[in-house]
Design a protein around this ligand. Structure first.
Ligand SMILES: [Zn+2]
Length: 91
């Protein structure tokens, strides 16, 4: 395979992987949002009452989703998990 053909093949493969990654990112986002809704309802905050990342496993057994969640409105820096009180930034 000459260099030009090789580059074309690699670029096509890269483009396809980017396309698939975009779809996977959207799917992960949708699942995380659904989990946050469960946590928010457990806290009595309606559907959009908390935010979170998938970085920290929450130790609080009352947390139904097992990941730390935050009140992004009252606590924009995510200093205190609504269940266990731990911050998002940890060393
Ligand atoms: Zn927590």
């Amino acid at each position: 395979m000459d260099a030009e053909a090789k580059v074309k093949k690699l670029q096509a493969a890269r483009q396809e992987l980017h396309r698939r990654k975009g779809k996977l990112d959207i799917a992960v986002w949708a699942i995380e949002n659904a989990l946050l809704e469960v946590a928010s309802e457990a806290l009595g905050r309606g559907q959009d009452g908390c935010e979170g990342g998938d970085v920290w496993e929450c130790e609080d057994e009352k947390n139904p989703i097992g990941m730390c969640v935050y009140d992004g409105y009252q606590d924009p820096c995510w200093d205190e998990c609504l269940f266990c009180g731990e911050p998002y930034e940890r060393k």
